[in-house]
Design a protein. Structure first.
Length: 384
């Protein structure tokens, strides 16, 4: 009797994608779920979608569609279907077959860190990449404390990261009330594990305690760590803020991305907020130094990453490369944003309610709601 196909973790999958390891990824979810959200990596790799029920109904024909000659890594929604298909492929002579442990959820929650600042600095600045969502969060480590900006709900990861660096989480900054993913900030605030900071315009009726951020204030992260200057930069939301850390690092939230800008329609006021976004990007951002490193809360594709696989770029480069800065007049800017707006996912309304503390979910409901790629860019030219 042959051995059962082994599982692999989301961390292993990410490592193999980064290392350009030879394998073929077989996604056995239904076509609709596959088209909505699939595994992506920094380098090309072989992938196909053959729903598991095809293997149930037409086993021989389905097996014949799976490429031979490379290890097969199987992904499904919850794990069970992938194991079922792995057993079938093994019985048909495929020698190297494995399945993703815990299903696509584990990929959706995966976080992987990359350091952004020189090791000679007195503090450490990390970008936490969430490849299954296209989300980016940030961490500042200093003197046994970790401050997190725009955390995901995977608090287990951040706690382990802090512990591994001899630190505890003490502060959480939300650049805005997120609509595309469930945030960990309110959870940390409600458990009194850390102080949450946010702009009141985005959390006016939230039942949890948080420290109000004010436009133009300066704040030392981790008590005596690097200085963070706060700027109210509305447009994506009314209460969006930009965090300028140590005079070098511009944490822009959903206001500015590497190749686009934040969509202004998620509050139902697309045109009005588009005018705010114009003032923020074309006027307020003009006051920041050109060599400031822009570090957004999202990315669309791995093509936006630099040679060290970090999603960061000098502001002066974006002035030339990001199409949003080529729209010089207010009227042209607003018209472009409104003309190119993609339809907002309905689930974003409920996600925002959850993040503001106005709606509760079970763990299973949260898992479902938080799955899938973000759609926070203002226009569709960067998402085709």
């Amino acid at each position: 009797m042959s051995a059962a196909p082994p599982p692999f973790s989301a961390e292993q999958l990410f490592s193999d994608l980064f290392g350009e390891v030879d394998f073929h990824l077989l996604d056995v979810r239904n076509e609709e779920d596959f088209q909505r959200f699939q595994v992506e990596g920094p380098f090309p790799f072989g992938m196909s979608n053959i729903p598991y029920f095809d293997f149930m109904e037409e086993e021989e024909a389905s097996v014949a569609k799976v490429p031979k000659g490379s290890p097969v890594r199987i992904v499904c929604a919850k794990e069970g279907s992938a194991l079922y298909v792995a057993d079938i492929l093994s019985s048909h002579g495929f020698a190297d077959v494995s399945y993703l442990s815990a299903g696509i959820k584990s990929w959706g929650e995966l976080l992987t860190p990359v350091r952004l600042n020189p090791k000679s600095d007195s503090f450490s600045l990390y970008q936490f990449i969430r490849p299954g969502k296209g989300c980016l969060s940030y961490g500042v480590l200093y003197d046994g404390e970790l401050a997190i900006i725009d955390p995901s709900r995977n608090l287990h990861y951040y706690r382990n990261f802090a512990r591994a660096h001899g630190a505890v989480i003490t502060e959480v900054i939300e650049t805005h009330a997120h609509a595309d993913h469930l945030s960990g900030g309110p959870q940390l605030s409600q458990s009194q594990e850390a102080v949450m900071m946010a702009q009141e315009l985005d959390f006016p009726d939230s039942p949890f305690t948080y420290r109000r951020l004010e436009d133009g204030e300066n704040y030392c992260l981790c008590k005596n760590g690097p200085e963070m200057a706060l700027f109210h930069t509305p447009g994506h939301t009314e209460g969006s803020v930009t965090c300028f850390i140590d005079g070098r690092y511009l944490i822009t939230g959903d206001t500015l991305f590497i190749i686009s800008a934040g969509r202004p329609d998620l509050g139902g006021k697309a045109e009005a907020w588009a005018f705010d976004l114009y003032e923020t990007l074309l006027e307020k951002y003009a006051d920041f130094p050109g060599d400031a490193q822009v570090m957004p809360a999202h990315y669309v594709s791995w093509e936006e990453a630099d040679e060290l696989h970090r999603f960061a770029a000098p502001l002066k480069e974006l002035w030339n490369a990001n199409p949003i800065f080529s729209l010089s007049s207010e009227k042209e800017f607003v018209q472009f944003i409104c003309d190119n707006m993609r339809e907002s996912p309905e689930v974003y309304i409920d996600i925002k309610k959850v993040n503001r503390g106005l709606m509760r979910l079970t763990e299973q409901e949260a898992d479902i709601m938080d799955l899938g790629k973000n759609e926070c860019a203002a226009s569709h030219y960067d998402a085709d």
